[in-house]
Design a protein. Structure first.
Length: 341
């Protein structure tokens, strides 16, 4: 309550990207003070054997994770884990550092509890993140990987392979991001043949390692039923571990905010129903053949439970975390325990 009525109104007066950097610095600084990290854990972490989930061979302490995009460069995963997340997904990372798209590129749609971003995979490069992750002791990490903006699609496989090799020893699972709307032509890699070639190439590399890592595919909510059926077929053929549904959308669903026409991917409450539809479709049509991580429009425990009931094994939050505050993760975990799910 304090976040929504006292802290958020102040933060929302300022540019969202500036607030993002301020929040990073604040969380980093304050948790260096003795006992503060412990205080955060006591406030936000819910521990129970009944929350634990074993999914694609990994034991998660709870099923609520932070989606990619918040901690792009793996600078804050330790501090964020103290806010109750069961796992943190870093990235999207690319082989070479890149600045992303020109500012202003992040917009709040306050009347819709939503965000539009066109960040464009801004990051310091995969090797820098890998270096930071070597210090990780016990935070479950997903590595979200992509291609550089200037890399043509026909060479994209090489970018993903570079990222895979760089992160292999420091992440618990991989996410192949071909669904961001903010890198030119990236979504063309979701077409059946290019996608199958990319995933098979990564899976071949994966299986040549001493211990294979789960590889997941992050898909757009804007795919047709026919394309989703192709996704099911490709996942089964390549034997990757699962799917993250969904990324941001280029659609605009009955929005009320003035800046709704900004270019970029829309996230938040307006995405909730479509992402749940995609989860349910994949789960039912595949016969629950693979795990799904549900993400998109989770702003309450009820939203998270809806995705779990639709067929998700785990859920992730991002925009809901920004609008509802860190208490959201705790509330979701408490409700999962209460419902005995």
């Amino acid at each position: 309550m304090m976040y929504k009525f006292l802290i958020r109104p102040v933060l929302f007066r300022f540019d969202p990207e500036d607030v993002h950097h301020f929040t990073f610095s604040f969380l980093k600084f304050i948790q260096r003070i003795p006992f503060v990290a412990h205080l955060f854990r006591s406030l936000y972490v819910v521990k129970s054997p009944e929350l634990e989930r074993e999914v694609f061979g990994i034991k998660f302490p709870n099923p609520v994770g932070l989606a990619a995009g918040f901690d792009k460069d793996a600078k804050l995963y330790k501090e964020l884990s103290n806010l109750g997340f069961g796992f943190i997904e870093i990235g999207t990372l690319t082989p070479k550092a890149q600045p992303g798209n020109e500012k202003k590129r992040l917009f709040r749609l306050k009347m819709d509890s939503a965000i539009i971003n066109r960040m464009g995979f801004n990051n310091q490069g995969v090797w820098e993140a890998a270096k930071r992750l070597r210090k990780n002791k016990n935070v479950l990490i997903g590595g979200n990987i992509g291609k550089n903006k200037l890399t043509p699609n026909e060479d994209a496989i090489y970018d993903y392979e570079i990222c895979f090799d760089a992160l292999y020893s420091v992440v618990d699972y991989f996410v192949v991001n071909v669904s961001s709307p903010n890198t030119p032509n990236l979504r063309e890699l979701q077409d059946k043949e290019p996608l199958k070639n990319l995933l098979q190439s990564l899976q071949n590399k994966n299986l040549s390692k001493p211990q294979a890592r789960p590889i997941l595919l992050k898909i757009a909510p804007d795919l047709s039923d026919e394309q989703l059926l192709d996704i099911i077929e490709i996942v089964k053929e390549t034997k990757i571990a699962g799917v993250i549904a969904t990324n941001t959308t280029i659609a605009r669903y009955h929005l009320n905010s003035e800046n709704q026409k900004e270019m970029g991917g829309l996230s938040g409450k307006p995405l909730k129903n479509r992402s749940t539809e995609v989860i349910r479709f994949l789960s039912e049509k595949s016969g629950k053949a693979f795990p799904i991580i549900g993400v998109g429009g989770i702003h309450s425990p009820e939203d998270a439970l809806e995705k779990l009931e639709a067929g998700a094994s785990l859920v992730q939050v991002y925009t809901g975390f920004i609008y509802e505050g860190p208490g959201l993760v705790k509330k979701i975990n408490q409700e999962i325990l209460r419902q005995n799910l």
